[in-house]
Write a protein that binds this ligand. Sequence first.
Ligand code: ADP
Ligand code: MG
Length: 396
Amino acid sequence: MNIHEYQAKEVLKGYGAPVASGVAITSADEAEAAAKQLPGPLYVVKSQIHAGGRGKGKFKELGPDAKGGVRLAKSVEEVVANAKDMLGNTLVTKQTGDAGKQVNRLYIEDGADIDRELYLSLLVDRTVGQIAFVASTEGGMDIETVAEETPEKILTLPIDPVAGVTAANAEELCNALKLGGAAKVDGMQLFPILYKAFVEKDMSLLEINPLIVMTDGHLRVLDAKVSFDGNALFRHDDIKALRDESEEDAKEIEASKYDLAYVALDGNIGCMVNGAGLAMATMDIIKLYGKEPANFLDVGGGASKEKVTAAFKIITADPNVKGILVNIFGGIMRCDVIAEGVVAAVKDVGLQVPLVVRLEGTNVEKGKAILNESGLAITAADDLDDAAQKIVAAVG
Ligand code: ADP
Ligand code: MG
């Protein structure tokens, strides 16, 4: 689960990280009062969307010459003018895709005098099985570009889970970020704080880009992007309360209610599969035969009739879907039960697009018979290859 920058800063502030004061608003009427709560004279008006690259982003409605999604303002009046200009418009950034995201909330923040912009993040490093810091002096820009062009400027530092962030670890990070004086004192405090927040709140990513050294020599967390491990949310009611469903795909929200692992994609062949590995293979083979999957969907091991019906409804709610491929391996689940679920779901949602079903496993013959005798326009397939070819042909 992702949260907004202003929420992430609130969480980090709770752990004692240095963040600027700021006020989140949802209407331009609130802009003046928000700015007046801040010290001034420099303010920043920041679009709150679940995507990065806001500063360099462009508002669809405002033309190519308009300013981006993060704007400096030198007076309360400028804050108000920018808030009016930005709210309600669609911000397109490197991370939003062409459709962009509507800006429904702004964060009015105290402006900082920046000396240097650094990059600092924490993530779960699967290659070593530990949480690791990633640090670079090249902040404020795309870390992917830094990784490609000047990988020597990036330090990856795994943290021993028993020892936590040691003084030696913090020292190494200070060196990588070239911190001295007050910035180093701040850094030695900040690194363990961030690690503690990451572990306690079950984060999967904590990215501060940029972490800045201000002209007064101190550090400040200027941007914060936090993702949480969805499987651990049950033990963090405070974090769950930060969820902003308007930032998420409506179909993905619906799927999560039924415990379906669903990810919306851009293609036009809807997929319903049990098991993440089989789902990936199904998407691959659709691509192999020249089409694109409309989604990833894993109905899980114990797919009930209700789950299969919900899955069909979610898949068919996507107007791009021109055909559906059901690929189920009946292991624990029996194929006849799945076939009954498919038939019931098709009748229930009144399917309008071609449907190819490939069943394999326990009671497969019984399952195929149920599909054949249903009187519905369901094409049965013998294997994965056959299924993919049939659905690609049907979609045309
Ligand atoms: P994004 O990464 O989505 O573009 P950031 O929060 O990193 O958004 O802001 C982009 C840039 O705007 C920063 O790299 C920094 O130069 C500037 N900026 C952001 N917040 C402030 C602030 N409070 N004071 C001064 N400059 C800021
Ligand atoms: Mg940033």
